[in-house]
Design a protein around this ligand. Structure first.
Ligand code: PEP
Ligand code: MN
Length: 267
């Protein structure tokens, strides 16, 4: 692991969204249609989820695959937020995404693993976030580089974002026999040790790549005192336009969350 310079993440606020501890963010990998979004969110709300995730612009590995419906999803999201009284999180990967998301009242942004790997892109996003007062979560870069992850957090923090958090989504591997992205828990644990005030969520969906492993990874994150989970859920997982194999229905998700053994009481 590369040596990491110590630095202070300055003036971090404690933040809370959706009043749940641990923080649960759930929703489809991608927003696909108004109907898919409505049915998924209805199911999630019925299962106690108050903060929804949904990809609008999707950074896909290969060209010619579905790359998200784009900005047309934003008015659908606005309507769903009002209808179900939920908060909504999306991935932003450029100043344009930030501007559009802000225009439509998105409550929380995250920076994806294919963006946090690129300091130029992160700096551009950071510059566009000046004056923004919503939580921003930074996923680990795809490669197991703690310094790069911290550097991305630092760029966002130096832009004045005080409601900061991290998401552990695992690390690219060539030949892991089990996980889509190896969890390599020592990296997020090192981040937690260095920055005890930085909330960190676990993303079992992108670590596992398959739904049958989600529960064990989510439980591990709870056992390690992570502050929350961000999990993909779709009303009809097998028909999802992206990441079908790792998504679960809102009902399955609700049962899984209810069955987790949670030690932590306050974020
Ligand atoms: C996602 O959250 O759907 C996503 C694209 O994740 P990651 O950036 O972790 O690959
Ligand atoms: Mn996904």
């Amino acid at each position: 692991m590369e040596a990491v310079n110590n630095f202070e993440l300055s003036a971090m606020d404690r933040w809370e969204i959706g009043n749940s501890s641990p923080l649960i963010i759930a929703g489809p990998c991608s927003v696909e249609t108004p109907q898919q979004l409505d049915e998924t969110v209805r199911g999630l709300v019925a299962n106690g989820v108050k903060v929804i995730r949904g990809g609008v612009w999707k950074p896909r590995t290969r060209p010619n695959s579905f790359e998200g419906v784009g900005h047309i999803a934003l008015p659908w999201i606005k309507e769903i937020k009002e209808k179900y009284q939920v908060k909504f999180a999306i991935e932003v990967a450029s100043p344009y995404h930030v501007e559009k998301a802000f225009e439509f009242g998105i409550d929380l942004f995250w920076i994806g693993a294919r963006t946090s790997v690129n300091p130029f892109a992160v700096q551009e996003i950071a510059d566009s976030l000046k004056g923004v007062d919503i939580p921003v979560l930074v996923k680990n870069p795809v490669n197991p580089d703690l310094a790069l992850w911290i550097g991305a957090l630092e760029r966002i923090n130096q832009a004045g974002i005080k409601k900061l958090g991290a998401i552990h989504r695992g690390f690219s591997n060539f030949n892991d026999q089990v996980y889509r992205n190896s969890p390599t828990w020592q990296i997020p644990l090192e981040l937690k040790t260095r920055y005890p005030n930085l909330p960190i969520l676990n993303d079992p969906s992108h670590i596992c790549g398959r739904r049958d492993l989600l529960n064990s990874v989510a439980q591990m994150a709870m056992d390690l005192n992570f502050d929350g989970l961000i999990i993909e859920s779709h009303v009809n997982p097998d028909q999802a336009w992206s990441d079908a194999a790792q998504q679960v229905t809102p009902e399955v998700l609700g049962k899984m969350i209810a069955g987790l053994h949670i030690r932590k009481v306050a974020i």
